[in-house]
Design a protein around this ligand. Structure first.
Ligand code: GCO
Length: 508
């Protein structure tokens, strides 16, 4: 979870122990406890605050094979970005302001006062980035459309210049043989909609459906994958409860409303997609995280974390119901009023939200431990993102849980990555090579155990604007010098390119 920058204007947020952005219940056995102790032993793996290059042993004892692990024919290998994080050109061609333009301009919200300008200047440099993607052998590229470029005030007629930009981007990708994955909402809500309540109000869901319909009409001829909403949890919790992201609100009831209205927006956009007759497929992007009880005999706390951070999103979109243990005043729960939250869901809403999707996009970064009450406990080494407890086997556990607990649906991993261990431009990232290797191995393992996993996108293609961290935290497999905008492939890009070419992940 990005740590909110100190905001001198507001009292420190009152909330339980910093809950990770991602939590997911997978009951830990004694091995989890042993791993917890090993990982936290001074001088143990990752003791330096970032994962050791030789990954910690898998708690289950599973050891990857000594030979390459192959992926199914047609497995989709991609990389991901988002508009506000890479585009720049925030006041060009009719783009209106988003909540992130407003938030980043506020003192103390983003490190060094960084904003989404110039980011990685991809609004202008996308042709060269597509050449770079081709050189790497990417089969797909995930990007997001900036809603304020299409509807500068969040409603009304489409801005032709905005549509024109994304038409050119999509055509260039297709011409290069790269499948577009188009994210409709990656947190840059038009400020004009925020001014009238944003995601805390139901009307924004209807506005989102109108916006989505404009894009399906404009780009629906393309065989693309469409993601309706990126990580509604992070935008709801970090943006409306912790206050560390735009729009910078600090009210759990507003966060709960943002949960429901983003999910309703997802459902309405899915309906619009079906009605449009657009080509391609549609799904939602959820960030999920294995959260292991440190006491296998008492998983109540982990169940609460699982409810508030995972089932609050998986259940409505896949089962058509909300869990009854996600909201409450206990550690691990979203401390919003359950009655008020339930009243937001009008008759028919859950049917709309659970409209059949073509795929479920999951975004995986790491794990956490949870005590018997619901407080987060560190049980694995962290990366330079303090919320990211790194454990590759957590990805396997997550995928198996989805296989066992939810109706069968094609799954795509649309974000998976780790930041550099320096804020300077670097191309030497052996830790990212090992992160990718071990996570690809766990993905191949899950496919071998019957998980319908169809693709894997690395976060991120490029170093970019990392929200409240600004440009300090670099997640790209390609380095960006933000002074010159020069791109340089990192060691991990070469590793990834080899994996794609072989459609297999080699052993360490
Ligand atoms: C997210 C966002 C990305 C982040 C990435 C690293 O998942 O939070 O989709 O925009 O940059 O996850 O934190």
């Amino acid at each position: 979870m990005p740590q909110p920058a100190a905001d001198p204007g507001l009292p420190a947020p009152t909330r339980r122990a910093a809950l990770p952005r991602r939590a997911f219940l997978a009951l830990g056995g004694s091995t989890a406890l042993a791993a917890a102790l090993a990982a936290c032993t001074p001088g143990g793996p990752g003791a330096s605050g970032s994962p050791a290059i030789t990954p910690t042993p898998n708690p289950s004892g599973w050891v990857p094979p000594g030979e390459p692990m192959a992926f199914p024919r047609g497995y989709v290998w991609g990389a991901a970005t988002s508009a506000y994080q890479v585009e720049g050109s925030t006041a060009v061609d009719g783009r209106g302001p988003s909540v992130w333009d407003t938030f980043a301009a506020r003192y103390g919200t983003v490190k060094h006062g960084d904003t989404g300008e110039p980011a990685a200047d991809q609004y202008r440099r996308y042709p060269e980035d597509i050449v770079l993607m081709s050189d790497l052998g990417l089969g797909a590229y995930r990007f997001s459309v900036a809603w304020p470029r299409i509807q500068p005030t969040g409603s009304g007629p489409a801005n032709p210049a905005g549509l024109d930009h994304y038409r050119k981007l999509v055509d260039a990708l297709v011409d290069a043989g790269i499948r577009p994955m188009i994210t409709l909402f990656h947190w840059d809500l038009p400020q004009a909609l925020q001014d009238v309540g944003g995601w805390t109000t139901r009307d924004t869901a209807a506005r989102f459906a109108d916006y989505a319909a404009i894009l399906f009409d404009a780009l629906g001829d393309v065989e693309a994958d469409w993601m309706t909403v990126n990580e509604p949890k992070t935008h709801a919790f970090v943006g409306h409860w912790y206050g560390g992201h735009a729009p910078g609100l600090r009210d759990p009831d507003l966060a709960a409303a943002a949960v429901h209205h983003q999910l309703l927006a997802h459902g309405l956009a899915t309906e619009a997609f079906r009605a449009s007759g657009a080509a391609g497929r549609i799904g939602i992007g959820l960030n999920l995280l294995p959260a292991y009880s440190i006491d296998p005999a008492n998983t109540r706390g982990a169940e609460r974390v699982d409810a508030s951070e995972n089932r609050l999103f998986l259940d409505p979109v896949l089962l058509g119901s909300y869990p009854d243990d996600a909201l409450g005043q206990a550690p691990g729960q979203l401390p919003a009023d359950p009655t008020a939250f339930a009243a937001l869901a009008l008759p028919g809403d859950l049917e709309v939200i659970s409209a059949p999707m073509d795929f479920l996009a999951i975004q995986y970064y790491g794990i956490t431990g949870v005590d018997t009450v619901g407080n987060v406990v560190p049980i694995a080494p962290t990366s330079d993102a303090s919320w990211q407890q790194v454990r590759a086997e957590g990805l396997y556990d997550l995928l198996i849980r989805l296989r066992d607990d939810y109706p069968a649906i094609p799954i795509v991993i649309t974000e998976n990555g780790i930041p550099d261990e320096t804020s300077a431009v670097t191309v030497d990232d052996p830790y990212r090579v090992e992160f990718l290797r071990t996570h690809f191995q766990q993905a191949a393992r899950a496919i071998g155990d019957g998980v319908p996993l169809e693709g894997h996108y690395v976060w991120s293609l490029l170093d970019n604007f990392e929200w409240a961290e600004g440009y300090d935290q670099r997640w790209g497999i390609v380095a960006v010098d933000f002074e010159t905008q020069e791109r340089t492939a990192k060691r991990s890009a070469g590793f990834f390119s080899d994996v794609i070419a072989a459609n297999a992940v080699p052993p360490a």
